[in-house]
Every structure is written in C-alpha cells, then in structure tokens.
Design a protein around this ligand. Structure first.
Ligand code: FES
Ligand code: FE2
Length: 395
C-alpha cells in the first residue's frame, strides 16, 4: 500500500463533497433473479466460493495465548482454529484420524492438546498425532501420517483467515490485493471481542447485498439508524474487496486542515471483505465495531449472520449497558428491517415475475460483488491466483 492511500481517499471524498458528486459505475447492471433462487448455483457458491477462498473466521486477539482455540462449523465443515506452541495460528478439520469423531467440542477455550473423547487418541496443538491408546494392541500404523488435516490459515490485519479446502493454493496476499494494509487502519489487532450474537436471515446474497448498499440507509432505516445517513456512496475496491463511504461522512474533515485529519476520521465507512464480511461502526471513535460474518444456511433460502462486537482497551472497562443497547439495536435493525425486507425480496424473486434485479450506477459496490461471483463460478481452481492478481476484465 502507498502510505498515503487512506489520505488520498479522504481527499477524494472531500473533493466529491464540495462538488456535490459521487463516483458512478459506467453502466447499470442487470443481475438475473434466477441467480438468487437457483439451488444448483447456490451449491456452487458454497463449493467454489466459501470452500475455495480464504475466509476471515476469527480475530487474532481471541487467540492471544498458546492453546487458545475455537471450534466451529463453517459451511458444514467442522474446524478448529488454535494458537499453537510456536505462536502460529493453525486451523484443522475437527476430525479424528481414528474414526472421525470431533477431537474437541464446538466452542472456545484453552487446550494443551486435543484428546478425542471416543477412544482417547491425542493430538498436539500443531495437529500431530501424539498418542494412541493401547498402541501395541492397536497394531501398526504410521502416526506421522495420521495428524489432523491442516487447513491453510494466516493472520492479516488482526483477522484469522482460514480456507476450508485443505488443497486450496489460493495465496492470501494475492487474494487480498493490498486490502489488508488498508484494514490495518482499523486497528483490529488491538481490539477485543466483547459481544457476539447471531441473526437468522434470507439467502446469503440477498442478505449481503444490503451491506454494500448505502442507497437504502435513510429509507429503510428511517426510524432507527438512518436518520442522518446519506444514500449516496462512493466505492473503493481492492480486487473483490470493497470499502463503502459517503462524501457526507467527510463533512467534518472538509472544515479542518489536512494535517489535522486523524486516521480514525479518514478510515470511516463500511469495509467489506469478499465474500461475506462487513466491518462497520466506530470503535476507534469510542464505540464498537460490528463485524458481520454471513454464512449460507442449510437451504438456499436461509443464512446465518454472526455479529461480532469489538472495542479497544480492556474489556472490563466496557460499559455493559452501552454494549447491551448497541447489540439490541443491531439485532433489531438487521433482523426486523434488513432481513425482514430480505425475506420479502426473496419470496418475490422466487415468483420469477421479473427476470432481472438492477444495480444502478450509484451501486457500484453491489455490481462488483456480482461480477466477481460470476467470475469465480467460471474459474477453475488452478486459475484462481491468476484471476485475483489480474482482476476482472483482464481475460
Ligand atoms: S474416533 Fe477419535 S479416538 Fe476413536
Ligand atoms: Fe440496512
């Protein structure tokens, strides 16, 4: 990243504000409504997007000490994320090499090793099989080949990224295209998760369309968070990853000298991470970040969103009332406004009465998401790094 990239964007927004304009995509994009309802396509999205790409599944500070782990299930793949004794984050399929039991129950905690509760095979934090119960009587097996199945795992910008396909060779840095350096401005590595809740939603794309969408903010959310929000966004993209801001977010910066702009002021807006993350809120302005992770549900018409709430400083200093109120507000806004609308959208899309949904020139972030999704569904695994390094429209 160029060190002044954040400042250049802020300058651009102040300029757009003073000229009362926003950046526009070249054309209106038509997305076939069938893309939202076709169950075969939905399965392809899981297999070719969620299972092949690095996903931001956790936060570095959740795994501050050796042995800190979280076991969860993503797109039906049971996984463990753990900080091993070499200080490095590892991810494994949560599956015992003996006969497949989970080696640790879903949830988080601190472990010295993972001992399967079926027949007590024991694995180190690096995933090596270190003990077989009654080994002489079990018979000869090569322990060195019977470790946990390791998944590609890395840390960038305070986030832990895991790829669910153990054979995926998508390079995290090629995939991120410099975006992690931008996300660094949010300081996630210095925040702690202080709250977490789930929201049930419609089809994951119907739900996720709303996160890159400022167009709806003062309309759908007029009674809650939208009163003072602008419906006019600008989009900045790094590969498939999109930051959404509005020039109006920069009205304060427009009145002060550039030397006085703070990183927090310049880093406003919503930072999305393809294919399923949105980072919003203002922890760096004394409140909370809300990091939303959207996952396809059990059927094409359902999704589950994990809302993670993060703040700077010691979690003990967090005002529990303020946190409770913010979490309740976000549950209400997303469940009763965004996803209530999303379920209506989904039911109507399923009628087939309209062939297309429309993304305007002022909805460039939504356009990019659907263009990238199309490209990924058409790209063979061995070509993914090429796609991410060259970008769209480059053959
Ligand atoms: S399934 Fe894990 S020890 Fe048997
Ligand atoms: Fe919304």
């Amino acid at each position: 990243m160029k060190p002044d990239q954040l400042q250049q964007m802020a300058r651009h927004e102040v300029d757009n504000l003073s000229n009362n304009r926003i950046d526009l995509a070249p054309d209106v994009l038509k997305v076939p409504t069938a893309n939202y309802v076709d169950s075969q396509r939905w399965q392809q999205e899981i297999n070719q997007v969620f299972k092949r790409l690095p996903l931001a599944l956790g936060f570095s500070t959740e795994f501050a000490s050796t042995g800190a782990y979280r076991a969860t299930k993503i797109a039906d793949v049971p996984i463990i994320m753990v900080r091993s004794d070499d200080g490095v984050m590892h991810a494994f399929v949560n599956m015992c090499s003996h006969r497949g039991n989970y080696v640790v129950a879903e949830g988080s905690g601190s472990a010295k090793s993972f001992r399967c509760n079926y027949h007590a095979w024991n694995y180190s934090l690096r995933g090596d099989l270190i003990n077989i119960l009654d080994e002489p009587n079990f018979g000869e097996v090569d322990k060195s080949c019977l470790g946990l199945t390791e998944l590609p795992c890395s840390e960038r910008a305070g986030l832990v990224w895991v790829t669910l396909d153990p054979d995926s060779d998508v390079d995290i840095d090629t995939f991120l295209n410099g975006y992690d350096a931008m996300l660094q401005h949010l300081g996630l590595a210095e925040t702690q998760v202080v709250g977490r809740q789930e929201v049930a939603g419609p089809n994951w794309k119907v739900a996720y369309d709303g996160y890159r969408d400022f167009y709806h903010l003062p309309i759908l959310h007029k009674d809650t968070i939208g009163t003072d929000l602008s419906h006019q966004p600008d989009y900045f993209a790094w590969g498939p990853h999109v930051r959404v801001v509005s020039p109006k977010n920069f009205s304060e910066l427009a009145t002060i000298a550039e030397e006085e702009w703070t990183e927090a002021q310049m880093a406003q807006g919503v930072w999305t991470i393809f294919p399923n993350i949105s980072i919003a809120g203002g922890a760096h302005r004394g409140g909370f970040y809300m990091v939303s992770q959207l996952y396809p549900g059990a059927t094409p018409g359902t999704s589950v969103t994990t809302q993670n709430f993060l703040s700077f400083g010691d979690p003990k200093d967090v005002d529990p009332t303020a946190l409770k109120e913010y979490m309740a507000l976000m549950q209400h806004v997303v469940a009763n406004e965004d996803y209530f609308t999303g379920f209506n959208v989904q039911n109507a899309l399923a009628t087939g009465a309209k062939e297309y949904s429309y993304f305007g020139r002022n909805e460039g972030g939504g356009q990019l998401f659907h263009q990238w999704l199309d490209a990924l569904l058409e790209t063979q695994s061995e070509q993914l790094n090429t796609l991410f390094s060259k970008g769209l429209n480059h053959g």
